[in-house]
Design a protein around this ligand. Sequence first.
Ligand SMILES: Nc1ncnc2c1ncn2[C@@H]1O[C@H](COP(=O)(O)OP(=O)(O)OP(=O)(O)O)[C@@H](O)[C@H]1O
Length: 266
Amino acid sequence: MNETVTATASDVSETDPILRTEGVTKKFGTLTAIDDVSIEIPADEITSIIGPNGAGKTTLFNLFTGKHEPTGGRIEFRGESIGGLAPHEIVDRGVVRSFQITNFFGELTALENVRIATQAHYSGFGPGDFARHHASLEEPIADAYEILERVHLEDAARTTAANLSYGQRRHLEIGIALAARPELLLMDEPTAGMSPEETHEVVDLVRAIADDVTLVLIEHDTDIVMELSDQIAVLNEGELLSWGAPAEIQADERVQRAYLGGGGRE
Ligand SMILES: Nc1ncnc2c1ncn2[C@@H]1O[C@H](COP(=O)(O)OP(=O)(O)OP(=O)(O)O)[C@@H](O)[C@H]1O
């Protein structure tokens, strides 16, 4: 059993927490996937969640997004409890997840994919209401172009998603997430499967997005984690093993033993 680590923003950051958990626990039958985790995610910064396979990283994201309901404990976004809210209610509050798995319409263009995602913010658009009269699409289209520029896909606006390169598709997924106007964006392995050049581009993109969106990343590439993160939370067997600035995490012997040196569970 590890000693209990309680992560507070005051340890590493001066900013207010945007997301906070208090003793949050998630059990699947007899397995405790998240075990009494208390953490504060500071606003306007980049926080990474790392840990060996099966440590509970994805489960923690699923608790943040409402995919899973906590078995115990509390999750607050901007001071209000969100534990147990439906996923769409949590998105409406500004907590959005960018998926690693493809989450777009392959036969539609990059522009159309992002435009559809922006339409939720305009009154009068309902689900599936994709093909409106052109004039009523002006604002969503302008928004979509702005987002495509942000994710460096302006030149691929008219390319169907299926014909984008792997790296471009990952940019599109980030664009679709940005279309939901997140205050807090959860990114699941943004550089997974990318070439060194594509990785470099995404690292720059993540940094640019972090200028006005709080980011929480799950990332397996330790170099990227150390480069990008303002603070790092280390999970191990469902528990918060350590929390701190990159240099502190790198120097933490428990982290070395549990993660950087191998180990883990499936
Ligand atoms: N829906 C589920 N039902 C049952 N067990 C689950 C479920 N989701 C996750 N688990 C278990 O909870 C534990 C934590 O899994 P989780 O996917 O959160 O780990 P992770 O840190 O994201 O791992 P990885 O790095 O391999 O993605 C694992 O033992 C996993 O098998």
